[in-house]
Design a protein around this ligand. Structure first.
Ligand SMILES: NC(=O)C1=CN([C@@H]2O[C@H](COP(=O)(O)OP(=O)(O)OC[C@H]3O[C@@H](n4cnc5c(N)ncnc54)[C@H](O)[C@@H]3O)[C@@H](O)[C@H]2O)C=CC1
Ligand SMILES: CC(=O)C(=O)O
Ligand SMILES: [Mg+2]
Length: 371
């Protein structure tokens, strides 16, 4: 198969769909790889490194989109990218369609087959292609909170870990999955007081074991949420209902009862965010204030640490990308992980939570692929 890797064009997005090492694996398996010039600049991989790995380096994204049978990216296609997609093409990348009707319509109109990293699902309900970036974003969320809490940034001026004799910050993490666990690990490691809210009790048990009592866990009810959020210095939004728009768990009214200068980091913003007042921001201008609360809502947090993130992402995507390259749509039909990753195929929405969120008719992947 001919694989194409355009340079990422989202604001301050420095990751790359394939590292030179991943290119080498595709080439070793008999595929050809087209890479846009400078696609790897953000991870210090120059065109020479890609050529050495066996890629053909081309001058423009247009050449990549014209010739490739499968496009491998990181972020959801931007408008100038989705207009270049076509019916016989496979797109393999993060999509986050539920909060994005324009992108969904664009992909439907292109006729392409779009497989979303974030809904590729293992037999236990785990999300193996989301997990590595959730690990990164969870860890970064505490750095973001620490920065925004500084007085010079508009925050309360509290140091996460405090110092001997002065109490540390209270960090509340809503959602104890991958993002939440890694946020809790960083925050407790820095000495903050950490509480994790989740509505899945087995997960709370696992966290209790994992942290040996160094964090508190609470079952997520409206009452628990209010008590924790009102007393928090920083709140991390880390919930997920796979593929669906995030539930709005903290309202604008609730912000009025929070501590002035407290910070919210809405990691779930890529699925629409779990705070009523969240709107996507970029690394160029990451924060804004509502009701005296600093909001950090960057939808591509791992893009800030592209070296770590690109390698972590490629480790996870490589076997699936190779399977698609080997067998095309047959791999998507046969492999249950990839079947659950299929979000769009030839003008149909094939992921139920996306269809439900946006009001489209859901067509099961098996039916869409058989048509
Ligand atoms: N902004 C960014 O750059 C990035 C954002 N993310 C996003 O972070 C979010 C979380 O991802 P993961 O941790 O991987 O998901 P996950 O599936 O591992 O964890 C989600 C957790 O939320 C819990 N949950 C669901 N509804 C809840 C509710 N109403 N109240 C309390 N808990 C609830 C679930 O029980 C689960 O434990 C996703 O939206 C993901 O796309 C991930 C990576 C980067
Ligand atoms: C998961 C995601 O949205 C990201 O890594 O940017
Ligand atoms: Mg997005």
């Amino acid at each position: 198969m001919r694989i194409g890797v355009p340079k990422e064009i989202k604001v301050h997005e420095y990751r790359v769909g394939l590292t030179p090492g991943a290119v080498r694996e595709y080439v070793a398996a008999g595929h050809s790889v087209l890479v846009e010039t400078n696609a790897g600049a953000g991870i210090g991989a120059d065109d020479g490194a890609y050529r050495q790995a066996g890629a053909v380096v081309v001058d423009t994204a247009a050449e990549v989109f014209r010739h490739a049978e499968m496009i491998v990216k990181v972020k959801e296609p931007q408008p100038s990218e989705w207009v270049q997609l076509r019916e016989d093409q496979i797109l393999f990348t993060y999509l986050h369609l539920a909060p994005d009707p324009e992108l969904t319509k664009g992909l439907l109109g292109s006729g392409c087959t779009a497989i979303a990293y974030e809904t590729v699902t293992d037999p236990n309900g785990g999300l193996p292609l989301l997990a590595p970036m959730s690990e990164v974003a969870g860890r970064l969320s505490i750095e973001a909170a620490a920065n925004a809490l500084k007085r010079s940034a508009g925050g309360r001026g509290i140091l996460l870990g405090g110092v001997p004799g002065v109490q540390p910050a209270r960090v509340v993490v809503i959602g104890g999955g991958v993002v939440g666990t890694h946020a809790a690990r960083m925050a407790s490691g820095l000495g903050a007081e950490v509480t994790v809210l989740d509505r899945y009790i087995p997960r709370l048990r696992e966290l209790d074991e994992l942290f040996h009592g160094r964090i508190r866990t609470r079952f997520s009810t409206i009452e628990a949420m209010e008590q924790e959020v009102f007393a928090a210095d920083a709140v991390i939004g880390a919930v997920l209902v796979p593929g669906a728009s995030a539930p709005k768990l903290v309202t604008r009214e609730m912000l009025k009862r929070m501590r002035p200068g407290a910070v919210i980091v809405d990691v779930a913003i890529d699925q629409g965010g779990c705070f009523e007042t969240s709107r996507p921001t970029t690394h160029a201008d990451p924060t804004y204030e509502v009701e005296g609360i600093i909001h950090y809502c960057v939808a591509n947090m791992p893009g800030a640490v592209p070296l770590t993130s690109s390698y972590a992402l490629n480790n996870a995507t490589l076997p699936f990308g190779l399977a698609i390259a080997a067998d095309g749509l047959a791999a998507v039909l046969d492999n249950p992980y990839l079947r659950s990753g299929l979000n769009i195929h030839r003008g149909r929405v094939t992921y139920k939570a996306v269809a439900d969120s946006l009001g489209f008719t859901f067509v099961p992947p098996e039916d869409a692929l058989a048509a």
